[in-house]
Design a protein around this ligand. Structure first.
Ligand SMILES: [Zn+2]
Length: 428
């Protein structure tokens, strides 16, 4: 009988550990057939053999009249000790409890001189149990020549391919089902295959590529990815627009958009409820949407942007707004308003997906009302100063004041009246 276990060998006389810690080993027990004597009788000798990295050919121990002690008190925890007289060594064994129990029972039968199926192993020719190779879970490629010709192991959980002049992600990479973390920063990607959206990645680094060239975000519509991704790096990609499907990544905690060409962030960003770290430094932001106040961000970095001054023109426009006119409302708009009015839960079981999308992405007026059918004059750029009350750590260039864009739900809105009063003081 053979078992795969971990064994530490301790010499009782010197108290020295022959192995400093438990090492992966094979322990075998069986009879050794000795050569026949003058009368033609063969003798069977019970032996135990320990195979390990240190003892590849095996350390042999006689069993009959050579066992000093067997400690089995912790066998249910998968631990036991066998002490031999010659050499004066203790084997401290860790193993699967059931296997260990079986092994000790076999040893007991052998010591009692009984025959057992488990003892029919010819110990002379016994070898170690081959240890299964550990499946490869990580791979790092840092130059083009390291790209595997034979393909990627299907077991990969983390794959990094940097600075390898990669122009596209292969279908093979997009079908590595176990992948959790993918880092392909520092390449020349202009487009990501939509298949990537089917991977349940938790971390995706696409930094320093050329994704702004084609602005193709189909892959972000994949249902798996948008439900699993927690970290996304899209820095240094020449982005001129915030990718619109990105607002659906409701698990996203960290978003890096540094070193792009973004002028504006969408109001729908308020849908990113899990977002805690937002980096948009070194872009061309002129303002922030007031929706930024709806997020619970710990770290907002907007250093190095082009924030513009207070928009007096827009403020004056507001003060001169005509009175409200009643226009017929389409059904979907009425439905969305009804859901908001009755504060119905936004669960996909009870509401159509399109309605959930509308409600969770619609810009919010200063008064708190959601605005759906926006007219251009409902958007006022750079008219309020955000308070950033929910943001714990704000990084920005102090020479620029940050003003926020707001939307107003209509001329009769209470917030509009307040704004008008405020502006009429400023522009009498
Ligand atoms: Zn309003």
């Amino acid at each position: 009988m053979k078992i795969l276990c971990e064994v530490q060998v301790v010499n009782r006389t010197t108290q020295a550990n022959r192995t400093p810690k438990a090492v992966k080993s094979t322990l075998a027990i069986g009879y050794k057939q000795s050569a026949s004597d003058a009368n033609g009788n063969t003798k069977k000798e019970l032996e135990m053999v320990l195979f390990s990295g240190q003892a590849k050919t095996g350390s042999r121990y006689k069993v009959r009249d050579n066992i000093n002690a067997v400690h089995t008190k912790f066998v249910l925890d998968g631990k036991a000790t066998i002490g031999f007289k010659q050499p004066a060594e203790n084997l401290l064994i860790k193993c699967d409890p059931i296997q260990l129990k079986g092994f000790l029972q076999t040893l007991k039968l052998g010591m009692e001189g009984k025959d057992a199926i488990n003892l029919r192993l010819n110990i002379a020719g016994a070898t170690a149990i081959p240890q299964k190779a550990q499946p490869q879970v990580r791979m790092v490629i840092s130059k083009r020549s390291e790209y595997p010709i034979k393909g990627f192991p299907r077991t990969l959980k983390s794959l990094t391919i940097n600075n390898s002049q990669l122009v596209k992600l292969s279908f093979e990479i997009c079908s590595l089902r176990n992948l959790v973390k993918l880092d392909v920063s520092g390449n020349k990607l202009t487009k990501i295959p939509s298949e990537l959206g089917r991977l349940p990645l938790e971390s995706l680094n696409l930094g320093s590529n050329c994704l702004g060239e084609m602005n193709d975000w189909c892959w972000m519509r994949g249902s798996k990815l948008s439900q699993s991704l927690g970290e996304l790096d899209l820095s240094s990609n020449g982005l001129t627009h915030f990718p619109s499907p990105l607002v659906k990544f409701e698990r996203l905690v960290f978003l890096n958009l540094n070193y792009n060409e973004l002028i504006r962030l969408p109001f729908a960003i308020r849908r990113l409820k899990a977002l805690r770290k937002l980096h948009v430094s070194s872009n061309k932001l002129e303002s922030l949407p007031s929706a930024i106040e709806d997020l619970h961000i710990d770290q907002l970095d907007v250093w190095g942007n082009s924030f513009k001054a207070f928009n007096a023109e827009a403020a004056q426009q507001l003060a001169q707004q005509p009175a409200a006119t009643v226009t017929p409302q389409p059904l979907w708009l009425q439905a969305a308003r009804a859901v908001a009015n009755f504060k119905l839960p936004l669960s996909s079981g009870s509401l159509p997906a399109i309605l959930i999308e509308l409600i969770s992405e619609a810009p919010k007026c200063l008064c708190g009302k959601l605005c759906y059918a926006l007219r251009p004059e409902d958007l006022l750029q750079r008219v309020v100063q955000p308070k950033f009350t929910n943001i714990k750590n704000l990084t920005y260039s102090r020479e620029h004041q940050i003003y926020a864009d707001v939307v107003i739900c209509g001329p009769t809105c209470s917030a509009t009246q307040q704004l008008k009063a405020l502006f009429s003081l400023m522009f009498p």
